[in-house]
Design a protein around this ligand. Sequence first.
Ligand code: GUE
Length: 291
Amino acid sequence: MTAEIIDGKAFAAGLRARVAELVPAFREKAGRAPGLAVVLVGEDPASAVYVRSKGKQTREAGMEGFEHKLGADTTQATLIALVDKLNADPEVDGILVQLPLPGHIDEQAVLTRIDPDKDVDGFHPVNAGRLATGLQGFVPCTPLGCLMLLEDRLGDLSGLDAVVIGRSNIVGKPMAALLTRASATVTLVHSRTRNLPHYLKHADIVVAAVGRAHFVKGEWLKPGATVIDVGINRTDEGLVGDVDFDSAASVAGAITPVPGGVGPMTIACLLRNTLVAAHRNAGVPLAKGAI
Ligand SMILES: Nc1nc(=O)c2c([nH]1)NC[C@@H]1CN(c3ccc(C(=O)N[C@@H](CCC(=O)O)C(=O)O)cc3)C=[N+]21
């Protein structure tokens, strides 16, 4: 069997186009554009690339992008003061502080300072709690993008067996919460799991977010499974995922490539969350399911 390749890049382009279509009506009603502030601390080259790409796509969608670049030696107090300023700025609907932050800064202290209603990354504990309890909030962009790809391919996920590999706050835990909300039967496995292949054998859905190149092998999968590869591993062979693509593609029913799978969905969902934040913050109604 040869898996269908899930084209995240194309799906993301479509999502960005749908976001862009909704911007003029917002501008009309609110008298301003939706605004996204992105904060980058230090000179990590990969982070700089992402931030540039976020800024470009924000403007292409007709939204306002505010970029704040701070030196690697910026103190936590200075960064928190900037977050406070952005929290108070009525032109800013969404705030993203690019991770990872330099080692001398406490990431949780910064993330919890962001106004939860501007937290378009969905990393604030208030938004994690809202997701866990079924309240309206912001869902982290990467798992949201994964869910959209899964629902596009499989439709209703209820009753399907899903295995999420990885328990990070950014991907694994919110992914498990989203799949639970979608009525899948969810198993969360991680580095301490004994006999990982045992769990994968029955999984209709596999979301791999372990951070280890080629970790998931095709022979572990249930034939026909839908495999979502969240991994971004820079190796000598270039950018590769957490799934051993060649062996997985011969067993799975569908699989996301790296690059061109989940990555572009992350940024498209960031724009989607920013548009939603703008409507909520400005008190402009947005039809449920509009985006
Ligand atoms: N506060 C915060 N929020 C984030 O959402 C966040 C972050 N920090 N820190 C870093 C990670 C990583 N991330 C990606 C976004 C897009 C691609 C993406 O578009 N990837 C392309 C390839 C890009 C390339 O070639 O490097 C693809 O997979 O096709 C990947 C990774 C967002 N992150």
